[in-house]
Design a protein around this ligand. Sequence first.
Ligand code: AMP
Ligand code: MG
Length: 359
Amino acid sequence: MNFKRRKVSLVKTKVAIINDVRDDIEYIKEAGSVIKEGGTVAFPTETVYGLGADALNSEAVKKIFIAKGRPQDNPLIVHVSSKDLSYLVKDIPKVAEDLMNKFWPGPLTIILDKKDIIPDETSAGLSTIGIRMPNNEIALKLIELSGKPIAAPSANISGRPSPTEVERCIEDLDGRVDYILGGDRSDIGVESTIVDCTVEPPMVLRPGGITLEMLREVDARIEIDKALMKKPTDDLKPKAPGMKYRHYAPKASLKIIRGKNEKTIEIISEMLENYIDKNNKVAILTTDENLSRFNKGEIISLGSEKELSQIAQNLFEALRKCDDLGVQYILCQGFEEDGVGLAIMNRLNKAAGYDIIDV
Ligand code: AMP
Ligand code: MG
């Protein structure tokens, strides 16, 4: 679905930057009232910024889909400030309880069977719902003060890289939402890990800040959906609706070059020469360690290869910077799919439309 074709009536957006939750509590209260009254609020979380509305109010939730241009069959995650989920879901299996106790508040979304109190608009017609407790003081206060569970996808125009800084929310959503609460940049930088706890064995539907290794320490049965890292085909039915959409994409054409480090540098350099010869503007996304190996193009480091969490944190902002620079091509080296590397490669794969060159 193309968001440009949808009608978005411009609204006046209030922006408030929260420096200190206690000193600036009036703004969070005000944003909480906006949620209570059926409006939309963008807010910081530790994963990426979210665009929230009252998860129990179908009219409010519809505004999220319109503001983002989000396909209606892509469900939202419900954000809570307490572990008492009995009013939202039918049953809490032991694995879900163990995961909540270990990782909440934090970057883990748990899929459970929903009660009727959650409208179809929030779950996109599914009988299940994804729930998470964010590890961010502003987000938790907002949920608490609104008195509502808050449905929130990432606070970007659908298809674009998720915002990890408030400026990017403003860039995408000013005039489309009622309120934007700003805080620090998101420390995880990629969206939450999603685990479906309604199936046996429990299944990871989206990799994120909580790694498979960490999940398996809680329950060794947890599996990962095989379709996750592959290009979706018509016969491959994705388990999470979000898996089928183009996501996280910069305007430039992004290509991932994956292989042994020396070979990767060699191929990126060759491609770079080629594109520049044809008068293209090119960005290279690489690591601190490889930074000095390139001397042409816009060279951006995602962080040290020794700290994948840094790479995750910088990833979406780097993609947006490439667009600011107006490049036509982005050449990005691939990363090992271990730990948080799996989430990084999952986002990169999608952002590149699976344009991966193995060298
Ligand atoms: P976003 O918040 O935009 O990052 O997207 C939320 C993601 O959660 C999407 O990929 C959805 O497909 C997934 N999701 C949310 N709720 C469910 C659910 N009940 N079952 C499967 N996937 C879900
Ligand atoms: Mg998103």
